[in-house]
Design a protein around this ligand. Structure first.
Ligand code: PGA
Ligand code: MN
Length: 460
């Protein structure tokens, strides 16, 4: 049974019931909607299709809303080609009609930019060197040219803008998201735990505090404040795309392995993202290097891997998932995760670790129950190699469990006041998850934050 989860981004290449269902059947565990692209009506349509697929396949499929966050995009102008070695002018404004000007709608960009800086456009595909910077315009030399389109990302290499945690667009998107059936929010460009508190407050004020927040680590501040972020967030993403806008690209392998280990030490799930099967946007077969990269992610024990353009705009969305699944399955045969010692282990964490070790030594199935998902996260952090089922009576918690390494969610409700262990065991038997002769380690988080009840059983 595959342990590492597969998350894919939906887009124009994956918007019909047929494709979304085929992706789920191919092994997708969760779908991501990227709010940097598209509109609300297209998102609403995808949400209802996913829910239909979920019902038809009788599975729990989390839907993730990925907020654009505090980043800068180019304004409106006529698409054109920038020629290497030539000059181009960046100007402050929403729009520019002048042939050799490109508009940038935020003046803070020109405050941060200094002569000599490298400007990275469209995730670094095009780069400029600033020659002369004024209050609301900058003359630049094209270092690497190419076709430039409006509304694509623009960064100053290595620099950050002091923008609010949530932009006006994010607030409008949240208004929509919090009225939809969404399970998880990915927060982009998180710089410190305060950014997460700001989002958490809005979610709570809407009465949707069950929604989980994963922080995308993609800036230098995010790296620097990673401890606070890991305490405040429900999980993180290693956002290799934008990390490459702030760090030299050769640092990415180390950033990846350090982030993955840190997340495991804090017992928080970690998703690896960006360019995982980039070449498959065009080609039906991955490169050898991409396959090695996936194997390397498994060797870092990440909870899941996420595809972006491969499934959103690529020519081969289904094949991309098939390859990701195949490589993960092969890697998992040889890579057995260590049980990483936590930085913040409570008595309940240690108890969960004991459950995992006990089940592994008995070759038993773990049959757990969680109310809020804390027991689920605790079991997952110790990377149980045995089949691990986690039941809950809440749909949103069941879906969120499907994001965690090695866990299979089940919907069961039990009366915690009476004889919960035996009731839970009976319901697992009724569901066909365990049968005669199976060894089971049954565990229940009885109180909100505790994982504190266990029983070993040979099913008769
Ligand atoms: P994005 O984030 O796909 O929203 O840009 C991921 C990354 O930067 O790697
Ligand atoms: Mn990003």
């Amino acid at each position: 049974m595959r342990k590492t989860k597969i998350i894919v981004t939906l887009g124009p290449a994956s918007s019909t019931y047929q494709i979304i269902k085929a992706l789920a059947l191919e092994g997708v565990d969760a779908f991501r909607l990227n709010f940097s692209h598209g509109d609300h009506s297209e998102k609403a349509s995808k949400i209802s299709i996913i829910r239909k697929v979920e019902e038809d396949l009788k599975r729990f499929i989390p839907i993730i809303a990925d907020l654009q966050g505090p980043s800068i995009r180019l304004g409106e102008f006529k698409p054109r080609e920038l020629i290497t070695g030539k000059e181009v002018k960046l100007v402050y404004g929403d729009k520019s009609s002048n042939e050799d000007e490109i508009s940038i709608p935020l003046d803070i960009f020109f405050k941060v930019l200094e002569a000599g800086d490298t400007v990275l456009i469209d995730d670094g595909r095009i780069s400029l060197i600033a020659i002369d910077v004024k209050e609301s315009e900058a003359r630049c030399k094209v270092e690497i040219g190419g076709n430039v389109r409006p509304k694509v990302t623009v960064h100053i290499h290595g620099k950050e803008f002091n923008l609010p945690a949530l932009t006006n667009k994010d607030i409008e998107d949240l208004e929509f998201i919090l009225n939809q059936d969404i399970d998880i929010i990915f927060q982009s460009f998180v710089r410190s735990k305060e950014d997460i508190y700001a989002l958490r407050k809005i979610i709570k004020d809407k009465g949707k505090e069950d929604i989980k927040i994963y922080a995308k680590i993609e800036t230098k501040s995010g790296m620097k404040n990673i401890d606070g972020i890991l305490e405040a967030a429900d999980g993180i993403l290693i956002a290799r795309g934008d990390l490459g806008m702030f760090y030299p690209l050769e640092e990415i392998p180390l950033l990846e392995s350090n982030l993955a280990r840190k997340a495991l030490q804090y017992g928080k799930p970690v998703i690896l993202a960006t360019q995982i099967l980039e070449s498959m946007i065009n080609n039906p077969v991955p490169t050898r290097a991409e396959i090695v990269d996936i194997f390397n992610g498994i060797s870092n024990y990440v909870d899941g891997m996420m595809l972006s353009g491969e499934t959103a705009i690529g020519n081969n969305p289904i094949l991309a998932v098939r390859w990701l699944r195949k490589v993960i399955e092969r890697a998992e045969k040889d890579v057995i995760p260590e049980k990483i010692k936590g930085l913040n282990e409570t008595i309940y964490d240690k108890f969960a670790k004991g459950i995992v070790l006990l089940a592994e030594s008995l070759n038993a199935k773990i049959l757990a129950y969680t109310k809020k998902g804390t027991t689920a996260r605790r079991l997952s952090r110790y990377r149980p190699t045995v089949p691990t089922y986690v039941a809950t009576d809440s749909e949103i918690i069941a879906r969120q469990i499907n994001m965690l390494w090695g866990l299979i969610p089940v919907k069961i409700s039990i009366d915690l006041e009476k004889d919960p262990v035996n009731e839970l065991k009976r319901k697992y038997i009724d569901n066909g998850i365990v049968g005669k002769g199976d060894i089971a380690v049954i565990t229940i988080g009885l109180r909100d934050r505790a994982t504190d009840l266990a029983q070993v059983d040979i099913i008769s």
